[in-house]
Design a binder for this molecule. Structure first.
Ligand code: GLY
Length: 344
């Protein structure tokens, strides 16, 4: 679909789809991109790349700054906890040159989940470790175990807990067509923060990482899209990389990062491919409680993609003011995300 054309979303009521202009962000060389919260991460990743680092080491170094930032409540230390007040982290990494991936899910007590995912990739024959096993593996490699709750995140959790009856993730028995389920006040303002960061290094190799504390106040044990290769992250060294933030459940049901990379392989620009994934999710979302009065998703998902030649782009379902971070040898900047529907 061309820029600004009407969105085709499988029978849903659609609006014109304004978009950032495809092709404006053609970096033609080493570049790092991330979700909006990653300006420091892409800057750091580019410093590493300029010093000769592999793209995978560079992006993991970059997101490490966000994982240890107590003020970012979407990831690592200070991430918002699950319903029981325990911070459970998900992360994945994927390395273009080797085609290998590593991930951890529902990992407790380790600040740098992305570094543990990297150890899974480099020091095990597995791809995904979860829960206690992931923590034991991290301890084996010398990661300290600590409480990840900050006073800020504890206070946020407590407020949620005290208002639980109107705001939880447990759905009562309901008809599939019951549009009132889950529509308690503030439901669609739930917190799905995450950081995805992808880069091309001096050798032209592509890698990526996605790391998160996941959906705030989730049911303990819930795993989102971030650690699932093909959903929260996908890299193909011949094509490029894609990753996501936002409602992980929608992405888990569409494997959109894999979809985006495959669309780029077929000739889509990164932005076109990201918009395609947004339309796919919008057209496949059926439960009434997830749709607004016009049949559009009541949640948001963002995608970020880069092509092996340096072209970058991103899109989200609901937007207008959304941005992502990008950095090259000229430094870091925020660039607009394309979008499917304009948020009011
Ligand atoms: N996209 C992050 C999550 O849903 O956990």
């Amino acid at each position: 679909m061309g820029v600004g054309a009407a969105a085709s979303s499988g029978g849903l009521m659609t609006a014109a789809a304004p978009s950032a202009a495809s092709g404006r962000y053609d970096f033609k060389g080493p570049v790092a991109i991330s979700s909006r919260n990653g300006t420091a991460a892409v800057r750091r990743a580019m410093e590493e790349i300029q010093a000769g680092a592999d793209a995978l080491d560079a992006v993991v170094a970059g997101v490490g700054l966000i994982e240890e930032d107590p003020d970012d409540t979407s990831v690592g230390y200070g991430g918002l906890p699950n319903a029981e007040g325990v911070v459970q982290l998900d992360a994945s990494v994927m390395h273009g040159p080797s085609g290998r991936a590593g991930g951890v899910a529902a990992l407790e007590g380790i600040v740098h989940a992305s570094q543990v995912a990297l150890k899974v990739l480099r020091r095990s024959d597995h791809v995904l470790l979860v829960g206690r096993g992931a923590q034991e593996f991290a301890r084996m490699h010398g990661f300290p175990v600590q409480d990840l709750m900050t006073e800020k995140s504890r206070q946020r959790w407590l407020r949620w807990k005290e208002n639980l009856s109107k705001d939880d993730e447990y759905l009562p028995a309901h008809d599939f067509d019951d549009a009132t389920i889950g529509q308690a006040e503030g439901w669609n303002e739930r917190h799905w923060g995450t950081i995805n960061c992808n880069a091309i290094d001096l050798s032209g190799n592509v890698s990526g990482v996605t790391t998160t504390s996941g959906l705030a106040f989730k049911i303990p044990g819930r795993v989102g899209d971030s650690p699932i290769i093909g959903a929260g992250l996908y890299v193909d060294n011949e094509v490029g990389a894609a990753g996501s933030t936002g409602r992980g459940e929608a992405n888990l049901e569409s494997l959109a990062s894999f979809l985006i990379v495959e669309r780029m392989r077929e000739g889509d620009t990164p932005e076109e491919a990201c918009l395609y994934a947004c339309r796919r999710i919008a057209s496949r979302t059926r439960p009434a409680y997830l749709l607004d009065g016009n049949g559009r998703p009541r949640f948001n998902v963002q995608f970020y993609a880069l092509r092996r030649d340096g072209l970058v782009g991103g899109a989200e379902i609901w937007g207008g003011r959304g941005q992502f971070a990008a950095a090259d040898s000229d430094g870091a900047r925020l660039v607009p995300l394309a979008y499917l529907y304009e948020a009011s």
